[in-house]
Write a protein of this length. Structure first.
Length: 200
């Protein structure tokens, strides 16, 4: 007959089994360049690139779907060409920047325990939204440049909605990480812990 294990004992046993393995994964993935300072250095370029894409995309959107009472500048003559050119060039740079950022921080995916409470669950949920939208936006944008639409949904409407989700999740991410961002903004600031990302 199967032994009845009370829930708390089961959780304790799982915890005891996973904790050393998670610590082992953290040690195996540690790298001198995988640290909070690097997350900030890559993060601020990535954040700036997303904000540039958001603003130029917004401008393009209101030109195509004008809002009552809002006059959008159309001069100098090549303004739209410049803003759209910037949107496409910076948008195409997002993917390598994003991969670099994820390479720096992905060991945090394996930290244990994964959640420490309701707030941490909400925070990790918002990071999931951030990563998902940050991947889908440039990938679908690049497919749009190629005029290849292997999906049923409206590209323009979805791109616009995802952009708002991303900018909201990004603002939350920056707010949550603000103490770490401030501590590591300049080269000499803060301490790098064991050549790896913080494990809190
Ligand atoms: C679309 C843009 C971004 C994406 C997709 C992204 C993604 C991530 C992810 C997945 C994590 C790990 C979170 C966790 O497991 O708790 C993280 C951590 C972090 N991010 Fe971002 N991030 C972005 C933008 C930024 C920006 C703009 C900054 C600031 C300049 C920034 C600074 C940080 C910092 C300081 C950490 C913590 C690293 C550590 O504790 O060692 N990120 N980011």
């Amino acid at each position: 007959m199967t032994e009845h294990v009370p829930r708390t004992a089961l959780v304790d046993r799982l915890d005891a089994a996973i904790r050393p393995r998670a610590a082992h994964v953290q040690r195996a993935l540690a790298s001198p360049v995988r640290n909070t300072r690097m997350a900030v250095v890559v993060g601020r370029v990535l954040g700036l690139a997303f904000v540039v894409c958001f603003l130029t995309g917004l401008y393009s959107h209101v030109l195509q779907s004008p809002l009552d009472g809002i006059v959008t500048p159309t001069r100098p003559e090549h303004l739209y060409g410049w803003t759209q050119g910037t949107h496409v060039v910076v948008g195409s740079m997002l993917l390598p920047l994003l991969l670099a950022k994820l390479w720096v921080v992905y060991p945090r995916l394996f930290r244990w325990p994964p959640l420490s409470g309701v707030l941490s669950a909400l925070e990790r949920g918002s990071v999931a939204v951030l990563v998902a939208t940050a991947l889908v936006l440039p990938v679908t944008g690049i497919l749009n440049i190629l005029e290849w639409y292997p999906w049923e949904f409206s590209f323009r409407r979805t791109h616009f909605a995802l952009a708002w989700m991303l900018i909201g999740a990004l603002a939350l991410h920056i707010a949550v990480q603000l103490p770490a961002i401030r501590a590591h903004w300049r080269r000499d600031d803060g301490d790098v812990v064991d050549g790896g990302v913080r494990d809190d």
